[in-house]
Design a binder for this molecule. Structure first.
Ligand code: AMP
Ligand code: MG
Length: 326
């Protein structure tokens, strides 16, 4: 079955065409700012501006047209309302005009399910580290449950805030990574794990104060920041694996593109005789292939959605989702 997926939870407008497990196209157009973070209505204007081009590019690259598409899948939850609305409206329009079934899916769960499509993992723990989200998710007792999460900022947003503070611009994560490579000098900063949760707000304040004091080199701070926050993520991921008795770890989210985070995850998994799965970057960042795939497996499990049920759900939590496709 050929599925067209649409992603629009935040800065990224993405469209993908998949044929069962084969990704025929996976096109991304992300809203970027020179300064400041995501302004919701501006991001939605971006999505409106690019949606037609991105849809056409995805169809062209896949060598498909609307008559080939058997299902339209879109990200229905969670995300920024303004942005979700554009993807949902595009999906509804395609569904109505071309008389194609439509299905809405949960973005966070899609980050986990795509690993099941791309790799041979069976029942992993997902470390989902993105701009807005930081969650440790696993399937237990009939649901995708959150075993640990950030109590304040998403890790990516925190890296971006720090990068902005030292004048590196957005997105800051890759720039911090580059800067951190220039140092091997660890400077103590707070390490904040509370039970299974993490918190980044205090770390950011501490770093900003260190920058303002002018006593430290920024590369040393970037290095120490990465070492500390990634170690925090490893601690809670490992504990979730131990609690749930699972021996597979999957990485997801834009921050998972970071090579030092990937290296730490591989070391942790090796030490506990577990497998570490890291999809290629195009499937780590927000993308529509994962949305198409989750739509497909939900549809195959018998799920159907009326047009009246396609309203967006910005605040749905991962553990609110009824899972009937496993
Ligand atoms: P997402 O929300 O999943 O699309 O991911 C976007 C976030 O990933 C932004 O906060 C980026 O700064 C961050 N990011 C992307 N590449 C890297 C990297 N190599 N290291 C750290 N963070 C990154
Ligand atoms: Mg995401």
């Amino acid at each position: 079955m050929i599925v067209l997926g649409i992603e629009s939870t935040a800065h990224t407008f993405g469209v993908s065409v998949i044929d069962n497990r084969k990704v025929l196209s996976n096109i991304i157009d992300a809203y970027k700012t020179k300064s400041g973070g995501i302004i919701p209505y501006k991001a939605s204007l971006h999505h409106v501006r690019v949606c037609k081009t991105v849809i056409n590019k995805a169809l062209d690259k896949a060598g498909a047209d609307f008559s080939d598409i058997g299902l339209v899948s879109f990200s229905q939850s969670p995300g920024i309302g303004n942005c979700l609305k554009i993807g949902a409206a595009a999906a509804r329009s395609i569904s109505i005009v071309h008389d194609i079934p439509i299905i809405g899916v949960n973005h966070c769960i899609a980050h986990l399910e795509i690993a099941n499509m791309l790799t041979d993992c069976k029942d992993p723990v997902l470390l989902y580290a993105s701009g807005a989200n930081t969650q440790i998710i696993a399937y237990e007792g009939g649901k995708y449950r959150i075993f640990g999460e950030t109590l304040d900022n998403g890790i990516g947003n925190m890296l971006d805030s720090f990068a902005r503070f030292i004048g590196l611009g957005f997105p800051g994560g890759p720039k911090i990574e580059k800067l951190a490579k220039k140092s091997n000098n660890y400077i103590e900063i707070p390490y904040v794990v509370k039970g299974m949760d993490v918190s980044f707000g205090g770390i950011l304040t501490n770093l900003k104060n260190k920058v303002s004091s002018k006593k430290y080199k920024v590369e040393d701070l970037a290095f120490s920041l990465q070492e500390t926050v990634f170690a925090m993520l490893m601690e809670v991921s490992e504990r979730a694996m131990a609690h749930c008795n699972k021996n597979e770890l999957v990485l997801g989210g834009g921050v998972a593109c970071n090579k030092r985070l990937q290296q730490m995850a591989k070391i942790m998994c090796k030490e506990r005789d577990a497998k570490c799965y890291i999809p290629e970057n195009q499937f780590l960042v927000d993308n529509a292939a994962m949305i198409a795939w989750l739509g497909l497996i939900k549809y195959k499990a018998g799920n159907r959605m009326k047009l009246s049920e396609t309203y967006i759900k910005p605040y749905v939590r991962t553990d609110d989702v009824l899972v009937n496709w496993r």
